[in-house]
Design a protein around this ligand. Structure first.
Ligand SMILES: [Zn+2]
Length: 672
């Protein structure tokens, strides 16, 4: 962990205020500031005429104060003159209406004019700050994706046809792959192909999934243009882009982040909520972002106050005392190198008038500022001990964008969503203090002992052969209902289920049924009953052994959970969607004695996330995510010298009892 930061919009405030803001930032221990991400109209007030004077002044003040700067490229908000000159940059919806230029993200990434003008402003910024050591990096654009169903402009339609042509080679190949004989859709020419329109499940499923892939690749290609410009001017300045949550629907964030020096997550745990957030989901997003950045990621926007009433969400609850600090420590525990609060001060105008920053509208020092200041002081004291600590994992949970998109296309078909099932497994691991990487299907799986692949709806040939060799070489693979139903074209395998993985799991699905939401269904594993839900499958083992049986109407007594010994590993299949209880039972089954939690917990629950250090010592981040005091006891495998880094106490023991107040945190240093 190196950086505590803040997102700052000096262009929203009078010049006379800047010095005070910067002084308050410094006093709070802030070391980095993100600037200018939506300032195109000030940086290029007329086409091709640039004005960096105001930004130079701010960057100069930052430099004097010892602060570093990350500059946003301003392309998420094209200025009015640009839209007036080139109205075709506006995205077009499926009914042919252009998106009005009244918000932000009102551009099509495939529009040649927009790409040209983006490259021009990005180049101007990069060249202007090339030799400025205060500017250490760039954030490209902001939160890639469309607001709504876009874009069907002529460039996108033509681009989609060319994309299909390069993928399939001939329309005959595409017809065969898609099964266009259904409803007499066989094409004779590329020009006969039209992008699918919502609701996507009314369209050919292969066409719909390829459209999702094409849209995502359009954003990745657009990002790459900007990255190339920035790197060609300043190879040493680091480049990132900030994701709106780990899994935006419009763009594959693993593919997007692969073009970057590090990944960045915008993390609003209580966005739009009046109730408690789910800290397991936040942890999951961190564990995905770290993988996206190949070990390096930042939280580029961390919630600093109540969130605005966006898209029919209510104005969110105000974070309670301690929550800003807790969220930052959770990010650091999961490997974030930088934590940047959004935003410095709450805006009085524009769209996000209730998207609260650290300071309220009045700009006065308040309890949230004092909390960030406390955190800043702690992090500067802990800097040395936190440096070089690593998050290591022997367990992975697979996140497949193909499966995610396919199930979005079939929205409402199942009573459990893809993310719900991924989270069910993740939560069971998180509750056991097992470190997890949330990985894409093309990730190196061999570094893990256990891989969970819940609801892996789509599997292509390459993935199935990699999963098989992962098991043969000693790995443990776990899948649940509706796995390998479809191939890469989003069509159902004609060979029975689970598709290409029948031999890996040594079992076939011979009967299945969706369940009503309140159905009483259970699975008994070694005599213990666990609630099942959503979807049941009867399994017929071929080489596998049955480990669990159903308890539901005609399926009662039939195999529900199987384990197949294959090569040096094993593959476990669960014929149900996962409930929290069932997920916990399956996780225990899969981990066995081979992947033991590094710490055991007794008493109340608190997150305990472990990081390794090169000298063999370990850090344990213990986080109370609740509003009530918790009494936790951590049990270690052997006696250690334990330092409570925040409380300042030391002891030598194989256990440590802690009382954590509401939202409180402790960081333990364990030395042999
Ligand atoms: Zn377009």
């Amino acid at each position: 962990m190196s950086y505590l930061g803040v997102d700052y919009y000096p262009e929203h405030w009078p010049r006379e205020r800047w010095d005070l803001d910067i002084r308050l930032m410094r006093e709070a221990g802030i070391g980095v500031v993100r600037l200018a991400e939506f300032a195109w109209c000030r940086l290029e007030p007329q086409p091709g005429k640039y004005d960096f004077t105001w930004l130079d002044e701010v960057v100069g003040k930052m430099s004097k104060a010892g602060l570093k700067v990350i500059l946003g490229t301003p392309t998420a908000a094209p200025p009015p003159w640009l839209v007036k000159l080139y109205p075709d940059v506006l995205p077009v919806d499926h009914q042919g209406h252009r998106m009005p230029p009244v918000m932000r993200r009102h551009y099509c990434p495939n529009n040649p004019n927009y790409v040209r003008l983006s490259v021009r402003i990005v180049k101007a910024i990069a060249e202007h700050y090339r030799d400025n050591p205060t500017v250490v990096g760039y954030q490209v654009d902001n939160e890639f994706g469309f607001y709504g169903d876009y874009c069907y402009c002529e460039h996108c339609v033509r681009g989609f046809r060319e994309w299909l042509e390069s993928k399939y080679g001939s329309v005959d190949n595409l017809n065969r792959a898609y099964g266009t004989i259904f409803w007499s859709q066989e094409y004779r020419d590329w020009s006969e192909i039209h992008p699918p329109t919502p609701p996507y499940d009314g369209c050919n499923r292969s066409l719909a999934l390829d459209w999702f892939r094409f849209r995502s690749e359009s954003f990745v290609r657009y990002l790459k243009r900007q990255v190339d410009v920035l790197k060609s001017v300043s190879p040493e300045k680091r480049v990132t882009t900030n994701l709106p949550g780990a899994f935006p629907a419009d763009v594959d964030s693993y593919a997007l982040s692969s073009e970057l020096d590090f990944a960045s997550l915008d993390c609003y745990p209580a966005f739009g909520r009046l109730d408690k957030e789910d800290p397991a989901w936040t942890a999951l997003e961190h564990d995905a972002s770290r993988v996206m950045g190949r070990g390096v990621y930042w939280v580029m926007e961390l919630q600093a106050g109540s969130t605005d009433g966006y898209f029919n969400h209510p104005i969110g609850r105000m974070p309670e005392p301690g929550e800003l600090r807790r969220w930052a420590y959770q990010a650091i525990a999961h490997g974030a190198e930088g934590v940047v609060y959004f935003r410095w001060r709450t805006a009085c105008f524009g769209k996000e008038q209730y998207w609260h920053g650290i300071l309220n509208h009045d700009g006065e020092v308040n309890r949230r500022y004092l909390e960030v200041k406390k955190l800043g002081g702690e992090l500067s004291r802990l800097r040395e001990v936190l440096a070089g600590s690593r998050f290591e994992s022997r367990v992975a949970v697979l996140f497949s964008y193909d499966s995610y998109w396919s199930l979005q296309i079939e929205r409402g078909y199942y009573t459990r969503s893809y993310t719900d099932q991924v989270l069910a497994v993740y939560r069971a691991l998180w509750l056991r203090s097992i470190n997890v990487d949330v990985v894409p299907p093309d990730w190196d799986l061999y570094r893990y002992r256990v891989v969970f692949a819940p609801f892996l709806y789509l599997t292509d040939e390459q993935l199935t052969s990699r999963l098989e060799s992962f098991v043969r070489e000693g790995g443990v693979l776990v899948a649940s209902a509706r796995t390998s139903v479809k191939g890469s074209c989003n069509n159902v395998y004609p060979t029975g289920l689970p598709g290409r993985l029948v031999d890996v799991f040594g079992a076939r699905v011979i009967d299945y049924t969706p369940l009503p939401p309140n159905a009483q269904a259970h699975i008994a594993i070694r005599g213990e009953k666990h609630p099942a839900a959503g979807w049941l499958e009867e399994l017929a083992p071929t080489t596998a052994k049955a480990l669990g049986v159903h308890d539901y109407k005609w399926l009662s007594g039939k195999p529900a959970v199987t384990v197949n010994e294959l090569g040096r590993g094993r593959a476990i299949y669960v014929g149900s969607f996962l409930t929290p209880e069932l997920a916990e039972a399956i996780v225990d089954l899969a981990l066995g004695k081979e992947v033991a939690p590094p710490v055991l917990r007794r008493g109340d629950f608190a997150e305990a996330t472990v990081k390794e250090k090169d000298d063999g010592s370990r850090l344990v981040f213990v986080i109370n995510h609740e509003s009530e005091m918790k009494k936790v006891e951590l049990l270690l495998p052997e006696e250690h010298a334990i330092t409570l880094l925040l409380r300042g106490a030391k002891l030598r023991s194989d256990r440590c009892a802690l009382e954590l107040g509401p939202h409180d945190v402790e960081v333990l240093l364990l030395e042999k």
